[in-house]
Design a protein around this ligand. Sequence first.
Ligand SMILES: Cc1cc2nc3c(=O)[nH]c(=O)nc-3n(C[C@H](O)[C@H](O)[C@H](O)COP(=O)(O)OP(=O)(O)OC[C@H]3O[C@@H](n4cnc5c(N)ncnc54)[C@H](O)[C@@H]3O)c2cc1C
Ligand code: FES
Ligand code: FES
Length: 490
Amino acid sequence: METQAIRFYYRGKVHEVTGEATTRTVLQYTREDLHCTGTKEGCAEGDCGACTVVIGELTGNGNVDLRAVNACIQFLPTLDGKALFTVEDLRAPGGELHPVQQALVDCHASQCGFCTPGFVMSLWAMYVNRPADAGCPSRREIDDVLSGNLCRCTGYRPIIDAAQKMFDLPRQDFDRAALARQLQALQRGDTLAYEHDGHVFHAPRTLAALGRLRASHPQARILAGSTDVGLWVTKQFRELRHLIYIGQVAELREISEGPDGVYIGAGALLNDAFDALVKHYPELAELRQRFASFPIRNAGTLGGNVANGSPIGDSMPALIALGTRIVLHREGVVREMPLEDFYLAYQKNALEAGEFVQGIRVPFPTRAQRFRTYKLAKRFDQDISAVCAAFAVELDGQTVRSARVAFGGMAATPKRGGAIEAALTGRPWTEATVRSAMAAVPADYQPLSDMRATSAYRLAGAQNLLYRFFLETRTEAPLAAHEVNAFANV
Ligand SMILES: Cc1cc2nc3c(=O)[nH]c(=O)nc-3n(C[C@H](O)[C@H](O)[C@H](O)COP(=O)(O)OP(=O)(O)OC[C@H]3O[C@@H](n4cnc5c(N)ncnc54)[C@H](O)[C@@H]3O)c2cc1C
Ligand code: FES
Ligand code: FES
């Protein structure tokens, strides 16, 4: 196969790249080939933020989206048609520091400096995305934007001070229109076909082209945000001979509302997908905040979380409890099923050869519904769940008309709890009913012990989360989140 060149915009010019491995990371390329070594490598797995860069991408309406992501787990060919910004881009030609950098200096917000370029880029993305008249961001907004950046020696207080102070310094505007013109010139009409050393990277641009490619290469690996797949390469050294990247398929980014609910295309980024869901389900706000980190949610997709189907994935329990349906596509033929039916066994799902996930449909809440989802993990931010629980009951007066319960971390797949649901359905929504449903938890789940938690801890945790759900949603004297959770945002 004859290869095309990967083309992207970086430091004022278009770079055309061939001769690089399909899974070479953006971080390796910028440091080792372009010798731009400001961006650092800490963990090579998306956790520490030392490698944070900003990616610029055209949106459907001709605007430019600028998002901070982790360069250590993004593959170079995913940059095709996009712009890359690293810490080297910020200083003015005359040497003056950007307000982000100046504020970090003024606030003494760097000691060893290893983490600093990553903080600079996360803050730069916040700076350029914030309208000039929006004022200073809140502490909560800053915490969220910096949730993927670790600093081991300075301490966060001066860094957060700098994040506020940078908006007080003379404003420096970013010319999005000029970048949009550069990116327009880079867009291709058709699929990118890149090859190196017998390894292939395809990036189709339409759903139809993706359908055809997938059907003719059922053995290829679909690549979305690379926040799972990237680690297979950087940590497990797996060889991926053929990748089909779905990040350029505009139809898969669709997020829309119909009469019955929200449709989220499989390529919608986690941050965008959660925004759309939190509008209808404010109960998802904490899960959104605690799902990975801000830059991981800027790259990873909700479709990737659902398709990957990890038993400890965080979105599936909530989506299953809400009655979500998954939409599958094979060369123009679409079928749907309840999300819980998609998971067959550990790392085995209902996708047939040549099929891919096109999107999910999440119903709107009903008036009678009470819903919560809880994540049990050792840290508040950026941690993997030991247990993730989701409960949705519909009440008819005092009686439970229907109950949907799902857990992650409790079985080989995300799984509904049939015995728990049976113990709740048709019964009064009282402490006695909930206690009997808690006793049914071991009938549904026999969790493993591993480094995150013991089986006994998981069982007790699951039972207590069900009790907490009751305390927060009982009809008489329900408790507010902060009365049952010391970390709740009040
Ligand atoms: C630092 C870090 C923190 C994380 N924290 C969390 C967390 O708190 N909670 C959590 O649940 N996850 C977490 N993750 C895991 C990951 O971010 C999510 O699973 C994410 O949603 C994956 O989406 P992606 O687009 O990056 O998928 P990718 O890595 O691109 O793909 C993942 C898998 O899904 C398949 N796939 C993707 N899209 C499709 C499709 N449309 N059709 C068919 N197959 C498809 C791929 O082939 C692959 O097998 C974390 C990851 C990292 C690196
Ligand atoms: S090097 Fe740690 S997140 Fe990339
Ligand atoms: S300044 Fe040393 S790790 Fe942050």
